[in-house]
Ligand binder design. Structure first.
Ligand SMILES: Cc1ncc(COP(=O)(O)O)c(C=O)c1O
Length: 397
C-alpha cells in the first residue's frame, strides 16, 4: 500500500493513519480502495447527519459553475445575497431566534468568535466550561477545553474555570460561586456534552445556570457544533431545556461535510458590541461554494425535519435496547440522547480492542478515551442498517 508510506511521510497527523483509503461514500457506507465496504457508525463525528453523498447536495455542487467564484469578505464589506439567505434560514430555526450570524470556516473559528464577542460584550475575560470538554483546536478553544491541554501549553488564556462534568446541584453551586465574582465573560458548554461521553446535564442544572448568567451579566453560550441539526432528537440540543442562549456556535452537520462552514449566532445585543472596526475577519468564512452547499444541505434537512426527528427518536430506542442487552466482558453504561451514543466501560483500554475488532468486521466506530466508545450513526439510518451494524458490534465483542 504505497499511499500508506506516502501518507506517513507527507501528511501531518497526531498518530499513524488507519489503513483505510476512502474512495467513495454513499448513505451509511464508506468504500475503500480495495473494494471493501464499511458501515459507518461515526459519520465523521456528527457531520454526515443526512448520510453521505446525498444527491440533492451533490447536485448543488455540480451547479456551482454559475456562481461567482469569489466574494471579497469583511473588507470592504460588500453584500452577498446567499449570505443573507443562509443567515435568515438559520434565524428561523435556531432556539431563541438569534438574529445575527458571523461567518466561520468551521467549529473552532465559530468558538473563537463566540469567546471574543463575549469578552467584547462584558468587558470581562474569564470563562466557565466543563472539564474534559472539547471545543476545537485553536489556543482559545483549548483554553476552555480539557485541563490536559494546559500541561502542553501552559500559557493558554488565564481565568478559565472548569467544573466537574457531573452537571447537578453541586456543579451549579460552583458555577454560581464563580458567577458572583462578576468576572466571568461567558459560561460555555455543549447542551448535551458529546465530548464528555454524552453527558446529559440535569434539566434544572442548565436552566439554573442560564438564569444565573442573566442575573450576573454573563453571556450564556451553547456550543452546538456537534449536537446541532438533529443529533440529540431535537433540531438543536438546547431545545431539551428551557433556555435562550445568547450565543450558539454551529459547524459540522450544518454543511453536512461537503464544505468547510461554521457560524456564530448571537443576539442583537451581543452582536452590537462587535461593531468596531476589524472586530471580525474571515477570508473563507461562508465562501460562495460552501454557502451554496450549506443552503442545499439545510434545504434538504428542513424539508425532511419531522420524519428525520421521528426516525432519530425511534432508532434511539432501538440502539438503547440492543446496546443494553449486549454482553461485554466488562460492565458498560449506555449513555444515549437521540442518536448521540456513548458506552462507558469499566475496564480501561478494552474499547481499543473492540474498535479494532469492529474495524476487521467492517464497522466504523471510535474510542473517545480509554473508557469510552462513541456511536454517531446517520440520522437517516433505517432499522435494517442499524441492525446490521449492531450485529457487527456484537460479533466484535
Ligand atoms: C463540540 C465541538 N465544538 C467545536 C469543535 C471544533 O470544530 P471544527 O473541528 O470544525 O473546528 C468540535 C469538533 O469536534 C466539537 O465537537
Amino acid at each position: 500500500m504505497s499511499i500508506y508510506n506516502d501518507d506517513v511521510k507527507y501528511i501531518g497527523r497526531d498518530l499513524k493513519p488507519v489503513p483505510l483509503t476512502v474512495v467513495k461514500t454513499e448513505g451509511d457506507y464508506i468504500f475503500d480502495s480495495e473494494n471493501n465496504k464499511y458501515l459507518d457508525f461515526e459519520m465523521g463525528w456528527c457531520i454526515g447527519n443526512m448520510g453521505w453523498s446525498r444527491q440533492e447536495v451533490t447536485n448543488a455542487i455540480k451547479d456551482f459553475v454559475n456562481v461567482p467564484n469569489y466574494v471579497i469578505p469583511g473588507i470592504p464589506g460588500y453584500m452577498y445575497e446567499p449570505w443573507v439567505e443562509l443567515a435568515k434560514t438559520l434565524s428561523e430555526i435556531l432556539p431563541g431566534h438569534l438574529t445575527k450570524y458571523f461567518r466561520a470556516t468551521g467549529g473552532t473559528e465559530a468558538i473563537e468568535i463566540a469567546l471574543q464577542a463575549a469578552m467584547s460584550h462584558t468587558k470581562r475575560y474569564e470563562f466557565i466550561s466543563v472539564e474534559g470538554a472539547y471545543h476545537g483546536h485553536s489556543l482559545g478553544a483549548l483554553s476552555i477545553g480539557a485541563s490536559y491541554w494546559r500541561e502542553r501549553y501552559p500559557n493558554l488564556l488565564n481565568g478559565c474555570h472548569k467544573i466537574n462534568p457531573l452537571l447537578d446541584d453541586k456543579a451549579f453551586e460552583k458555577v454560581e460561586e464563580l458567577l458572583k465574582t462578576e468576572k466571568i465573560a461567558a459560561y460555555i458548554a455543549e447542551p448535551i456534552i458529546l465530548n464528555a461521553a454524552v453527558e446529559i446535564p440535569q434539566k434544572e442544572f442548565l436552566e439554573k445556570v442560564f438564569k444565573a448568567c442573566k442575573q450576573y451579566g454573563t453571556v450564556f453560550i451553547m456550543d452546538e457544533v456537534a449536537t446541532g441539526f438533529g443529533r440529540t432528537g431535537k433540531l438543536f440540543g438546547s431545545e431539551h431545556f428551557d433556555i435562550q442562549p445568547d450565543i450558539i456556535t454551529l459547524g459540522k452537520a450544518l454543511s453536512g461535510g461537503y464544505a468547510a462552514l461554521g457560524a456564530t449566532a448571537m443576539t442583537e445585543e451581543v452582536a452590537k458590541s462587535m461593531e468596531w472596526e476589524f472586530s471580525f475577519y474571515s477570508t473563507f468564512g461562508w465562501n460562495p461554494l460552501s454557502t451554496v452547499i450549506t443552503l442545499a444541505n439545510l434545504k434538504y434537512l428542513l424539508s425532511h425535519k419531522d420524519e428525520l426527528l421521528t426516525n432519530v427518536n425511534e432508532m434511539s430506542e432501538y440502539f438503547k435496547s440492543r446496546l443494553e442487552n449486549m454482553h461485554f466482558p466488562t460492565p458498560a453504561e449506555v449513555r444515549i440522547k437521540g442518536l448521540a451514543i456513548a458506552l462507558r466501560f469499566q475496564e480501561e483500554n478494552y474499547v481499543y480492542s473492540l474498535v479494532e475488532k469492529a474495524f476487521q468486521n467492517k464497522l466504523l466506530i471510535q474510542a473517545l478515551d480509554p473508557f469510552t466508545l462513541t456511536i454517531f450513526p446517520s440520522l437517516t439510518i433505517d432499522k435494517e442498517t442499524a441492525q446490521e451494524g449492531l450485529n457487527l458490534l456484537e460479533k466484535s465483542i
